[in-house]
Design a protein around this ligand. Structure first.
Ligand SMILES: Nc1nc2c(ncn2[C@@H]2O[C@H](COP(=O)(O)OP(=O)(O)OP(=O)(O)O)[C@@H](O)[C@H]2O)c(=O)[nH]1
Length: 412
């Protein structure tokens, strides 16, 4: 920023007031700062992409969007050497393409969908409108207004998707949405101002404050959006790694180690609160046959469908884990013997009634056997009652259920 000082750069402050001094933003400086900022951003994104983002295609898309914006900014000085119309068309075309690519990356990240086709149509129509403006007018104010409204409109579908979904996803997306809103507002203000006061838009480098302020705000907000997007990607990667460490990838249940420690916590809590609990061990019957006759892919599908059906029947406080292969366990807080038996029997019937698509679309049915152990406050007081012991008892009961012909529930 600098101050215009009228005639005589060393004028005293009183004189400045008399001469109505105006604070301006020095646009060449702004441009150099923005180019430097975007160059660093592009470097950061391409480096982050190499180290972390082999499986984050959205970040790769974002890196290319930033590169397009950088090239668009670098194209601005071309106005010195080539006619204004083509120079503006090239620079603004690259920037608009960069914003559209940003929209594509955000759509992929937020809702796993591509940008609506209407946005690409908007991009193409805007390019045609800019070309028409270049042919029919030499007024920079019209270029500035058309480009600003075009850029702002290109952001609207992405803003819409963000406002609807960002609050449920990674926290960084919230600040990102606000920054994108600020960018859109700054561009709209610039477009409106250019139409209302064309005299202030004779040239991009014309001294003044509105032109510089709106440009600076829009592009700085976009840099903020980019860092928000990087952070959101890191947050998602971290969440996915935590999920992988504690959950079974195929079924989404807790894995064996996590289920064990959750059951320990459950037992401790029930012991402290003197409330009953139960443990159910479930094992699919003749699962080897399913694999042999229908193939492993169908076997995997059966495991997924089975877990979904069980999960639907459970409460949020129940602990559902895959202990290995086709064996699952359920920890039931606040559940006595009768309640546990009712649930296990209910699950057995639900699974027996499930129809799944087998090889060549043939219907496939499976059954499950269960061993159930329930403990009340008496057994909880006995410190020898451990998860190991409960698990061992349920396993013996499950073995008996298998031995007696499968598709049945045995309870202690
Ligand atoms: N498709 C698939 N199969 C699995 C997976 N984990 C274990 N299995 C298979 O599950 C089968 C378990 O077979 P068994 O232990 O003989 O048990 P079963 O055939 O169910 O017999 P019973 O338990 O006695 O009724 C094996 O063929 C394993 O290869 C998995 O993640 N996906």
């Amino acid at each position: 920023m600098q101050e215009t000082r009228g005639a005589g750069g060393n004028a005293a402050p009183q004189q400045l007031v008399g001469q109505c001094s105006v604070t301006i933003i020095h646009l060449p400086t702004v441009l150099i700062a923005l180019v430097t900022g975007y160059a660093m951003l592009v470097l950061d994104l391409f480096l982050a992409r190499r180290s972390l983002m082999a499986d984050r295609p959205e970040l790769r898309t974002w890196a290319y969007g930033s590169l397009l914006l950088l090239l668009g900014l670098l194209a601005i000085p071309l106005r010195r050497w080539i006619p204004l119309g083509p120079a503006i068309l090239l620079g603004n075309g690259l920037m608009a393409m960069g914003l559209t690519v940003y929209g594509q990356a955000l759509h992929q990240f937020v809702c796993q969908r591509n940008l609506p086709r209407a946005t690409w149509i908007l991009f193409g129509s805007g390019l045609l409108l800019m070309a028409w403006t270049a042919l029919h007018t030499t007024s920079y104010a019209y270029y500035a207004a058309a480009a600003s409204f075009w850029f702002a409109l290109l952001l609207v579908p992405t803003l819409h998707v963000l406002w609807r979904n960002a609050w449920k996803l990674e926290p960084s997306l919230r600040t990102l949405s606000v920054m994108l809103g600020v960018c859109c507002a700054a561009l709209t203000a610039r477009g409106a101002h250019a139409l209302m006061e064309p005299g202030r838009y004779v040239d991009l480098m014309q001294p003044g404050w509105t032109q510089g302020l709106t440009l600076l705000t829009a592009f700085l907000a976009l840099i903020g959006v980019s860092f928000g997007f990087l952070l959101a990607n890191f947050e998602r990667t971290q969440r996915q790694m935590e999920q992988l460490a504690s959950h079974d990838e195929l079924t989404g249940c807790y894995n064996r180690a996590t289920a064990r420690s959750m059951l320990e916590h459950l037992l401790d809590r029930c012991r402290r609160e003197r409330t009953p609990m139960a443990l159910v061990l479930l094992d699919l019957d003749h699962f080897k046959r399913v694999n042999d006759e229908h193939g492993h892919l169908v076997g995997d599908l059966v495991l997924r469908r089975f877990s979904e059906a069980v999960r639907l029947r459970l409460r949020a406080s129940d602990v559902f884990g895959r202990m290995g292969g086709e064996e699952f366990c359920i920890g039931l807080p606040l559940t006595d013997r009768a309640g546990a038996l009712e649930l296990a029997e209910d699950l057995r019937q639900t699974i027996a009634a499930l129809l799944m698509p087998g090889r060549n679309g043939l219907p496939l049915q499976i059954t499950v056997s269960a061993g159930v152990v329930a403990i009340g406050s008496m057994q909880l007081e006995d410190l020898d009652t451990t998860v190991e012991l409960l698990y061992g008892t349920a396993d013996d009961l499950l073995y008996r259920a298998k031995h007696l012909g499968r598709n049945r529930v045995m309870i202690a």
